[in-house]
Design a protein around this ligand. Structure first.
Ligand code: PBG
Length: 322
C-alpha cells in the first residue's frame, strides 16, 4: 500500500487554516453598483427582468445612493434614461442631461460616493444604436464627437470618472484629448475595452430602454469567439490613455480577464452584466440555488481570474457580507 507524502487536505482541516492559506479575498472596495436614473420626481420604475433593480428619478436616486453608501458601497456606475431621444445622442451632451442632473445632486448630497458615468449613445438615440447612423451602420468618426462632448459635459457636472462603452475605434483618445483640453486632465477613463456582442445584455436593454431598433451591435462590439482580438483592443485603449480597462461580460470571459491581467499592468475591471445577474436571481427564486453562496463564489472567481474591480448588480445584496 502506497500512501501519499503530499496531502493537500492538511491545509483544509479547519476554518482557521483555510483562512490563512486563502489566496483571493473579495472586499467591499472591489465592487461597483450600476444604477439607472430617469426623469421625474418620486419615480421608481421596477425593472421586471432584474429583480431588486429600478429606474429612479434624481430625488429617489439620491436616497438610494445614501442607503448604499451607508451599507458600504463606495462607488456607483450611472446610466441615464432621458426624457426625449434624438438621432445622434446629442441629448446626452447637454448641461441639463439626466445623468448630469443626477451627478450634481449626488455630489451635493452624498459627496463621498465615487461617481462613474457610462458614456454611450444607445440610451439616447431614437434607433438605439451606440452612435450616429450613416448608410445603415454606426459611423465611427462622427460618433467620436458626441462621445467626447458627452464626457466633457459629465466632467463639468462633477463626475469622478467616465466609462465609454460604445466600442468605436479611437474613442478613448478622442475623449482623453477633449477632457484634457477642457481642464479635466485628472478625470480618469475606464474603457470598456473588450466588450463582446453578447446575448447577456438582454435585461439591461429593458432597464435602459436601449435595444437597437434595427440590426444588432455586431459591427462594433466584439465577436464572442475572439480572444487575441481582446488583447489588441486593450493595448490600443491603453495607448490612447485608458486608466482602467474592462472585460464585459465577465463570467463567460474569464480566460480574457486572465490574459489581460497577465499581459498588461493596468487595473482590470470585469462587468458582471444583467443577463448573468438575472440568471442567478431566477434560479434563486425557484429555490434551485443558494443565492448568497453562488454570488460570493462567482465574484470571488472573477477576482481570482484577475479582475481588480467588479461591476455587479449583486453589489447591493452582498456588500454587507464582506
Ligand atoms: C451601453 C451599455 C450596455 C451595457 C452597458 N453599457 C448595453 C449594450 O451594449 O447593449 C450592458 C450592461 C448589462 O447588460 O448589464 N452600450
Amino acid at each position: 500500500m502506497q500512501f501519499p507524502v503530499t496531502r493537500l487536505r492538511r491545509l483544509r482541516k479547519n476554518a482557521a487554516i483555510r483562512n490563512m492559506v486563502r489566496e483571493t479575498i473579495l472586499t467591499r472596495n472591489d465592487l461597483i453598483m450600476p444604477l439607472f436614473v430617469c426623469p421625474g420626481e418620486g419615480v421608481e420604475n421596477k425593472i421586471s427582468s432584474m429583480p431588486g433593480n429600478s429606474q429612479f428619478s434624481v430625488d429617489l436616486l439620491v436616497k438610494k445612493c445614501r442607503e448604499l453608501y451607508n451599507k458600504g458601497v463606495q462607488s456607483v456606475l450611472l446610466f441615464g434614461i432621458p426624457e426625449t431621444k434624438d438621432e445622434t445622442g446629442d441629448v446626452a451632451c447637454q448641461h441639463n442631461g439626466i445623468v448630469q442632473q443626477a451627478v450634481r445632486a449626488l455630489k451635493k448630497e452624498v459627496p463621498e460616493l465615487y461617481l462613474i458615468a457610462d458614456v454611450c449613445n444607445c440610451e439616447y438615440t431614437t434607433h438605439g444604436h451606440c452612435g450616429t447612423i450613416v448608410d445603415g451602420d454606426v459611423d465611427n468618426d462622427l460618433t467620436l464627437d458626441t462621445l467626447a462632448r458627452q464626457s466633457v459635459s459629465l466632467a463639468e457636472a462633477g463626475v469622478d470618472m467616465v466609462a465609454p462603452s460604445d466600442m468605436m475605434d479611437g474613442r478613448v483618445g478622442a475623449i482623453r484629448t477633449a477632457l484634457d483640453e477642457n481642464g479635466f486632465k485628472n478625470t480618469p477613463i475606464m474603457a470598456y475595452s473588450a466588450k463582446y456582442a453578447s446575448a447577456f445584455y438582454g435585461p439591461f436593454r429593458e432597464a435602459a430602454e436601449s435595444a437597437p431598433q434595427f440590426g444588432d451591435r455586431k459591427t462594433y462590439q466584439m465577436d464572442p469567439a475572439n480572444g487575441d482580438e481582446a488583447l489588441r483592443e486593450v493595448e490600443l485603449d491603453i495607448q490612447e490613455g485608458a486608466d482602467i480597462v474592462m472585460v464585459k461580460p465577465a463570467l463567460n470571459y474569464m480566460d480574457v480577464i486572465q490574459s489581460v491581467k497577465a499581459n498588461f499592468n493596468v487595473p482590470v475591471a470585469a462587468y458582471n452584466v444583467s443577463g448573468e445577474f438575472s440568471m442567478v436571481k431566477a434560479a434563486a427564486e425557484k429555490g434551485w440555488i443558494d443565492e448568497k453562496r453562488i454570488v460570493l463564489e462567482l465574484l470571488t472567481g472573477l477576482k481570482r481570474a484577475g479582475a481588480d474591480i467588479i461591476i455587479s448588480y449583486h453589489t447591493q445584496d452582498i456588500i454587507e457580507e464582506l
